[in-house]
Design a protein around this ligand. Structure first.
Ligand SMILES: N=CN[C@@H](CCC(=O)O)C(=O)O
Ligand SMILES: [Zn+2]
Length: 411
């Protein structure tokens, strides 16, 4: 039986089904309908319109959204939420003056998380990760991409990907899995890095493909991590198994990761804190979505991705949390949106577009998620009473999300 939401102060992000992403000046527009209704049936958005055009209909439930906004749930296209424990100690080390790179160089960082994860059972890892997922769903996230990458052995990488699969089976939200075995070189491969790349290609990838555990391939393409040549080798091998590239590039240095991503039709290139004009030029006329991770810049105190230069050059932009224990121990998309506005000078319209329709594109789900469109999933949220949608990024730190619907069901 259908559910009807009535008296919606403003229904945000109404789009035609054919739209998959918005770029450049298009990002400044957020199509809305004031004083609206929305009808949910069979888990999908069945209809919406002005209250004055509401017709007689038999429904199961009527929700009065007087004074409240309704919008599609956030799509978080870049997370690492399947991890063990935390890295609170390194947080304090950084407060005391060490840099992220210095901590990694002395065996902390990703290797620290990998050690913890290797010692954690699959059940415990599931429990820890499910808790994080529960939290972000309540904050309005209705689809999430999750990467492996804190295992760094065949067994531990498979453990993470199986946990992701179990989360996808047990939770109603859409979950996409990414294989990120190339997140860091385990220390035992320090003197023979090619052997680790070979392990990824010859052992991990075939097993992951055989169990159908990932849709995307990711590599941390960065100085001190994986070179452009190593990244290319891994992407080429992964593509033979049908995995689509979504890669970590330009976090600390611009070394050619964007050019590589575009060459191999990456679905997205993520981080982008350090961008050259050539990097921006390369992204033009490509199908690759640039993805910025504002909370990572906030937490590490590193530059923010130059959103203005990216959008003003006509490109699209998506934003995501990067939820992980080292650089972003937060999965709050509302904070990401506020930070994008406050620190990256994105307008509320641009930030909401970046976290919905463009973020859905960066996860390959824009045909079902990311906008209020008839026939798309009824993954929606109702805000608390707010004066306007600009209040969402403005009142940073307040939880303004009242109710979340996934597949038309209230969470
Ligand atoms: N930069 C690479 N990977 C993660 C952080 C890894 C970590 O510090 O644990 C990121 O996207 O920020
Ligand atoms: Zn990341």
């Amino acid at each position: 039986m259908p559910t009807l939401i009535t008296n919606i102060k403003e229904l945000l992000q109404i789009r035609d089904g054919s739209l998959s992403r918005v770029s450049g000046t298009e990002m400044k527009t957020l199509p809305t309908l004031k004083n609206a209704f929305l009808l949910i049936d069979d888990g999908l958005i069945k209809d919406f319109g002005k209250m004055e055009d509401l017709y007689e209909i038999q429904v199961n439930e009527v929700i009065n959204a007087q004074g409240k906004m309704v919008l599609p749930t956030w799509c978080d296209s870049h997370t690492h939420i399947v991890y063990a424990g935390n890295r609170e100690g390194e947080f304090v080390d950084r407060i005391n003056g060490l840099t992220y790179e210095e901590i990694a160089a002395k065996g902390g960082g990703i290797l620290n998380s990998a050690k913890k994860l290797q010692q954690t059972s699959e059940d415990d890892l599931y429990k820890q990760s499910a808790k994080r997922l529960d939290e972000v769903i309540k904050l309005g996230t209705g689809a999430v991409e999750i990467k492996s990458g804190y295992g760094l052995t065949t067994e531990a990488e498979l453990k993470i990907l199986r946990v992701i699969k179990k989360l996808a089976d047990n939770y109603p939200i859409t979950i996409k899995a990414t294989f990120l075995g190339a997140h860091a070189f385990p220390s035992e491969f320090n003197n023979n890095k090619e052997d680790y790349v070979d392990l990824i290609i010859n052992t991990m990838l075939p097993k992951i493909a055989a169990e159908n555990l990932a849709e995307f391939i990711d590599v941390f393409c960065e100085k001190g991590y994986f070179s452009v040549a190593e990244t290319e080798k891994i992407i080429v091998a992964a593509k033979t198994y049908g995995l689509i590239p979504k890669i970590h590039v330009n976090q600390f240095n611009s070394i050619g990761g964007i050019q590589l991503g575009v060459k191999y039709n990456a679905l997205s290139v993520d981080h982008l804190e350090v961008m050259t004009t050539e990097d921006i030029e390369t992204l033009k006329n490509s199908t690759t979505m640039p993805v910025a991770l504002p909370s990572c810049s906030y937490f590490l105190g590193i530059p923010y991705a130059p959103a203005r230069a990216i959008i003003d050059s006509g490109l699209p932009l998506a934003i995501a949390t990067d939820y992980n224990p080292g650089s972003t121990p937060s999965g709050n998309m509302n904070f990401v949106i506020s930070t994008a506005c406050i620190k990256m000078k994105m307008t509320p319209e641009e930030a909401i577009n970046a976290a919905t329709i463009n973020a859905a594109y960066a996860m390959n789900i824009s045909d079902t998620h990311g906008s209020i469109t008839k026939g798309k999933k009824a993954n929606l949220m109702i805000t608390k009473e707010i004066p306007s949608y600009g209040f969402l990024p403005y009142a940073f730190g307040s939880n303004l999300i009242d109710t979340v619907f996934i597949d038309g069901k209230q969470i």
